[in-house]
Design a protein around this ligand. Structure first.
Ligand SMILES: [Zn+2]
Ligand SMILES: [Zn+2]
Length: 334
């Protein structure tokens, strides 16, 4: 089959790769859309995330939609979203209902497991979710980052009218912003250095958009906001987000920092008595993610700014990494 494979830093080649062979409990699916994630960009720009480093040409892509190829539990031609998180189902954390924390997980696109930037993928029936007919393949792929945004707010235990700050207005931040609105948030404030991203955030429900946390604090006063979600790829992102959080407030860290490190001023977070949570992927959130879109509480339309063919995958990554041309999310459509 044709696949886009990462050979090294900034080196993606579209070439022939072996077809995936389904295990007895898996079915073969035809890929229809793959959206490029910030986590994919770490592999693209740095070659690794922490200890996860591919040793051979690697197929990225974990936000994807596919089509059922043979009649089975779902009829042939059904468009499905695929949960990339294949948890073991047997460990202590799976048993507790936290498959996102499973240490034995086989996650699509995380080496050594190939992702979806290819003509075919395999999945177990319980990992696939049929989507409403109104969904495009890219809509279905976007359910994965929407699920990440939902899980981040689940961790925050948002109360009605809590003020919410979003630091980083990439796709995840802009989805968090929308889900916070749907969840009864009060004042919504965003911080991002890119003007187009701030403008889009204002269109999607933010009341204020600032280029930096210092600017936000100057304008809003010293109190800060109740709940802050950090969704940057910057090492300073978590500390910035902590500065924006009120005394006794909650901070959820979703972003993956460049170089796999971040640091925070200890006195800042200690004196405020912050509750800090690390978001790790998501749990079983697809049904709510689908309903958010069906009820038009979340829109993907302004977020998916660029579309590419599988052959153009290298350009999709180049553009997404450059943040040029107003890009928010690139989708590779097959
Ligand atoms: Zn992702
Ligand atoms: Zn497990």
């Amino acid at each position: 089959m044709k696949a886009a494979r990462l050979h090294g830093v900034k080196d993606i080649r579209v070439e022939t790769a072996p077809d995936p062979t389904p295990d007895a409990d898996q079915i073969l699916l035809a890929t229809r859309a793959v959206t490029v994630c910030g986590s994919d960009l770490h592999y693209y720009l740095e070659g690794a995330i922490g200890s996860d480093r591919p040793n051979e040409p690697h197929i990225l892509g974990h936000e994807f939609a596919a089509e059922v190829m043979e009649d089975g539990p779902l009829p042939k031609g059904t468009l499905v979203a695929v949960d990339p998180n294949r948890a073991c189902g047997a460990c202590e954390w799976c048993a507790e209902g936290h498959p996102n924390l499973c240490p034995n997980v086989k996650f699509s696109g995380v080496p050594p497991y190939h992702g979806a930037l290819a003509e075919y993928v395999v999945a177990r029936p319980e990992e696939i979710v049929a989507v409403p007919e109104s969904f495009t393949p890219t809509d279905a792929a976007m359910l994965e980052p929407l699920g990440v945004a939902l899980h981040a707010l689940d961790l925050a235990h948002l109360r009605p009218l809590d003020s919410v700050g979003v630091v980083g207005c990439g796709p995840i931040g802009l989805l968090v912003l929308q889900v916070a609105g749907a969840s009864g948030a009060g004042l919504r404030v965003v911080v991002d250095p890119i003007p187009e991203r701030r403008e889009l955030a204002l269109r999607l429900g933010a009341e204020h958009a600032f280029a930096s946390v210092d600017e936000a604090k100057d304008a809003l006063g010293p109190r800060g906001v109740d709940v802050v979600i950090e969704a940057t790829d910057a090492q300073r992102g978590p500390e910035d987000a902590a500065k924006l959080t009120r005394i006794g407030g909650k901070l959820v860290l979703v972003g993956i920092p460049e170089g796999n490190r971040f640091s925070m001023d200890a006195a800042l977070v200690r004196r405020k008595g912050l509750t800090i949570k690390m978001a790790r992927r998501m749990g079983h959130v697809y049904p709510r993610a689908i309903e958010l879109v069906e009820r038009k509480l979340v829109t993907f339309e302004p977020l998916v700014t660029h579309r590419f063919s599988l052959d153009e995958s290298p350009r999709a990554f180049e553009l997404q990494a450059s943040r040029a041309d107003g890009v928010i999310k690139s989708s590779v459509e097959l």
